[in-house]
Ligand binder design. Structure first.
Ligand code: HEM
Length: 123
């Protein structure tokens, strides 16, 4: 949990899948099931933050600024998941949040892979 990124990756991959399932349920008009999946997704937000924070506390001294930016961009992804689902429920426009989500996901994966633990495809 502190020295490998496996738990962290598991939590955000499951969150991404839950987000897509919630979108599919919304498109299918199944509000009740979407609400349940959205609640489970919120639990996974906490698990992403917990696993990310554990890695952060243990390793941020290697490069505090880089780790700080990684954390902020990770939180930005979670905020966009939440904004999109809440606004879809209220039948509000989500275009701006979709654009931000794509940028934030690309940025967080790039930053995560550039940091010292785990995979290094860009090193
Ligand atoms: C949905 C949101 C997030 C995504 C998609 C994401 C993605 C990633 C990826 C791809 C890695 C690299 C894994 C590897 O190389 O094995 C990583 C590592 C990491 N993430 Fe996240 N992350 C997210 C949220 C967060 C949050 C909220 C935090 C802080 C609270 C955080 C802190 C970290 C830390 C500290 C590392 C380890 C970096 C290292 O030392 O190599 N992440 N994340």
């Amino acid at each position: 949990m502190f020295d490998t990124t496996h738990a962290h990756i598991t939590t955000w991959v499951i969150a991404l899948i839950l987000f897509l399932v919630a979108l599919g349920l919304h498109n299918a008009g199944n509000k009740k099931a979407m609400k349940i999946v959205h609640m489970i997704l919120r639990l996974f937000y906490l698990l992403i933050i917990l696993t990310g924070a554990l890695l952060f506390w243990k390793h941020q001294s290697l490069d505090p600024a880089f780790y700080g930016i990684k954390t902020l961009v990770g939180l930005w992804v979670i905020a966009m998941f939440e904004m999109i689902l809440v606004r879809l429920n209220k039948e509000k426009n989500t275009t701006v949040f979709w654009i931000q989500l794509v940028i934030a996901i690309l940025a967080v994966v790039y930053l995560g892979l550039r940091l010292p633990l785990g995979w290094h495809p860009f090193a």
